[in-house]
Design a protein around this ligand. Structure first.
Ligand code: PLP
Length: 420
């Protein structure tokens, strides 16, 4: 008899799902309440929030909220109906695309309903089965899923490792010589977990030696890096060499949706070949109008980015000065690495939230190696230096308790239940 498809699911909830019983509602799927800001409520208590990608503090900016609300009244949440290609196209969608392209210094851009689907779909549309994809092994899940759709060869290179990249470019070149395809390199502009920038400058230098196109997912760089906020390409002076640029509205823009930008002919091709856009409803007008407003603020209020970096620098400097390991971040993303088990990490985060009023995301095995705890902090323009100071004091206290075994003792019951 054929096995019940669900049998495996009843038995095994997966590497993260197995923690649901002790983690859900607290460590995962927590409910943050109150207006989006530096301080929100968690389980009725005020906490400093370091886990929201509202880099420029736009999510709850009064001007942004006003435009969002007015657009909601004017257009509702349904307009326009249908996919762009069929009935969901408008002047404002076009205007936003033109303004985005201008902002990131590309000939043209195209809107995506969600960054994740858009990335998957763009990868799918850019390559044919003769082509080879070469991508950073630490790439975001949406890149990995996009690559999974590819019917041809794909090679990963070690994270930000140029020697490994070059080796894989040589392998890719061999393949393309045989089957006549091209090569697509995909990297993140800023790696969202560790905060390192992709080595774009070095990657584009390889264009002299190898023939490839470069696709950059700049979810965390857009709005936060570069003189004008145009992202990691601008920051490293190689924007022109990025062949396809991607950014989401879900981070610095504090909205929903995303875009890709490239030379006009490529965007025109993608417009007719991006399955996630051809067969899905157009980005709703309220979002389009809201993003136009946010983009205007990015252009006219550089002080938002300046304020963000005051907080980033204070936090990163303060952590380093107190001897914390924040890895090799080159962006706002601020990882704090500690040593401990998953149950210890849980006890530590509980202490941080309940006794110190600090809320940050916790990343553990299997996302990072066993024995490491990663507290991932996202500074924003809405934080204050007082938030930073309080957080540094709290972090010093929790490190001491981690090192003196307090969390180990507190977590024995949890550890035993999960065989850790
Ligand atoms: C690097 C990266 N790419 C893509 C996405 C997906 O974007 P979206 O939230 O718009 O689906 C994210 C997460 O938001 C991300 O961090």
């Amino acid at each position: 008899m054929t096995k019940d498809l669900f049998e495996k699911i009843y038995k095994n909830k997966g590497p993260l799902g197995k923690w649901a019983e002790v983690a859900e509602g607290y460590f995962v799927f927590p409910k943050l309440e109150g207006p989006i800001s530096n301080r929100m409520k968690f389980q009725g208590k005020e906490v400093i929030i370091w886990s929201i990608n509202d880099y420029l503090g736009l999510a709850n900016h009064p001007e942004v909220r006003k435009v969002d609300a007015e657009a909601g009244i004017k257009y509702g949440s349904a307009y326009p109906m249908g996919a762009r290609m069929m009935s969901g196209h408008t002047d404002l969608h076009e205007q936003l695309q033109n303004e985005l392209a201008d902002f990131v210094n590309k000939e043209a851009s195209y809107l995506l309903n969600f960054g994740y689907q858009g990335m998957v779909s763009t990868i799918d549309a850019l390559v044919s089965k003769e082509d080879v994809i070469v991508y950073d092994v630490d790439a975001h899940a949406c890149i990995i899923d996009g690559v999974r759709l590819h019917l041809g060869k794909r090679f990963t290179y070690r994270h930000n490792d140029l020697e490994s990249l070059e080796k894989n470019l040589q392998r890719a070149t061999k393949v393309t010589k045989i089957n006549g395809g091209g090569i697509l390199i995909i990297t993140e502009g800023v790696f969202g977990m560790r905060g390192e920038q992709g080595k774009l400058k070095e990657i584009v230098a390889l264009k002299k030696k190898y023939n490839f196109r470069l696709f950059v997912d700049d979810a965390h760089g857009f709005g936060t890096l570069g003189k004008t906020g145009a992202g990691v390409g601008e920051e490293q002076g190689v924007q022109d060499e990025i062949d396809v640029y991607f950014a989401t509205f879900a981070k610095a823009m504090a909205s929903t949706g995303a875009f890709i930008a490239a030379e006009e002919e490529i965007i025109n091709y993608l417009k007719y070949n991006l399955r996630s856009q051809m067969f899905a409803k157009s980005l709703q007008m309220q979002l389009v109008v809201g993003v136009l407003k946010r983009l205007d603020m990015l252009r006219t209020l550089p002080e938002l980015k300046d304020k963000l970096w005051v907080i980033v620098n204070a936090l990163q400097y303060g952590l380093r000065k107190r001897g914390f390991d924040i890895g090799t971040t080159q962006s706002c993303v601020t990882p704090v690495y500690l040593k401990g088990s998953v149950p210890e990490a849980m006890a530590l985060v509980k202490d941080l939230r309940e006794n110190h009023g600090i809320f940050c995301s916790i990343v553990v095995y299997p996302v990072i190696p066993k024995g490491l705890i990663l507290l991932r902090m996202i500074p924003t323009a809405s934080h204050t230096l007082k938030d930073v100071e309080e957080t540094l004091v709290a972090f010093t206290a929790i490190r001491e308790r981690l090192e003196n075994g307090t969390y180990k003792r507190l977590s024995t019951a949890v550890a035993a239940a999960f065989g850790e």
